[in-house]
Ligand binder design. Structure first.
Ligand SMILES: O=C(O)CCC(=O)C(=O)O
Ligand SMILES: [Fe+2]
Length: 289
């Protein structure tokens, strides 16, 4: 089965919203077609040309200070771009509180990014090539018992869609790839942490997810032939998904905002739906920490 795309309208902000959490945890992409996030006259420049230094893949704010990284323009422009990202972070928090109230107070918002560049035109190594379908895994930032929840919004001003591919269910993908992955070594994981190559010790789950991410992206035959569907997110649309569970690739589009959040597996409505638990079930044993 291919990941379902679930349109959500404003009127669904009611007790029935628990259905949205269930869909999300099961691997759906929720698409909100009519949420407002207007740009003012000054901000419109940010969707007319990229305000990026071109060194980093994206422009972002992170952490308490929310310092802008990778931005370009005058001091005023950079301050306004930073303010736009801070506002988007609030918008993402509001969306969670309104449509996913079961997660209120449980999702920790992390990085917020502005992605002005054409997906196709970023010539990246295969590992960083997000046109290849994958599940998200962060090499230096172990995730452990947390989920990656992402909130995207297409802010293109010229009608251009953000074009994604979504793939098959996580369990079906894991069935094919798990047997090919190298085994986990707690010793090497401790070494990577001691050498500060990773910010914390990689768990077996982190190890498996990184190797899945790479094995998926390396396998051109899988990329071409695996079950998949094209999805076009139109300007003004906001979409929400667990990007560690939903197979995705970004095929085209420019000017997007993105918010990453973390949710503890234990705080899910149904922790059994987490990739951590799916992988443990497939292996027939608990994963090592
Ligand atoms: O740029 C996008 O539309 C999504 C890219 C992606 O796969 C990601 O950020 O994890
Ligand atoms: Fe991704």
């Amino acid at each position: 089965m291919i990941s379902p795309i679930l349109p959500v309208s404003r009127s669904e902000a009611n007790p029935g919203a628990s259905g949205l959490v269930e869909a999300l945890e099961s691997g759906s992409v929720l698409v909100f077609r009519d949420l407002d996030f207007p740009l003012d006259a000054f901000e419109r420049r940010f969707v007319e040309r990229p305000f990026a230094d071109g060194k980093a893949k994206n422009v972002s704010i992170r952490g308490e200070s929310a310092a802008l990284k990778g931005g370009a323009g005058s001091d005023e422009e950079q301050a306004r771009l930073r303010a736009l990202l801070v506002r988007y972070r609030h918008f993402a928090q509001d969306l969670i509180d309104t449509y996913l109230p079961a997660y209120t107070g449980k999702v920790t918002l992390a990085g917020t990014s502005y992605r002005p560049f054409d997906v196709d035109k970023r010539k990246l190594s295969w590992r960083r090539d997000d046109t290849r379908m994958h599940v998200d895994a962060f090499p230096s930032n172990p995730i452990g018992e947390r989920r990656i929840l992402r909130i995207f919004r297409n802010i293109n001003a010229e009608g251009q869609t953000r074009h994604w591919r979504v793939g098959e269910a996580f369990g079906d993908m894991a069935e094919k790839f798990l047997p090919k992955l190298p085994g986990y070594s707690g010793l090497s994981a401790s070494l990577l942490a001691a050498l500060k190559i990773t910010k914390a010790k990689r768990s077996e789950y982190d190890h498996l997810m990184l190797h899945l991410h790479d094995a998926l992206k390396r396998d051109l035959d899988y990329q071409a032939r695996a079950p998949q569907a094209d999805v076009h997110f139109h300007p003004g649309e906001t979409w929400v998904t667990f990007s560690d569970l939903v197979m995705h690739g970004a095929m085209g589009g420019r000017y997007m905002l993105e918010q990453t959040g973390y949710l503890a597996v234990a705080d899910q409505a149904d922790p059994e739906k987490a990739p951590q638990r799916i992988l443990a079930k497939k292996l027939g044993r608990p994963l090592k920490h």
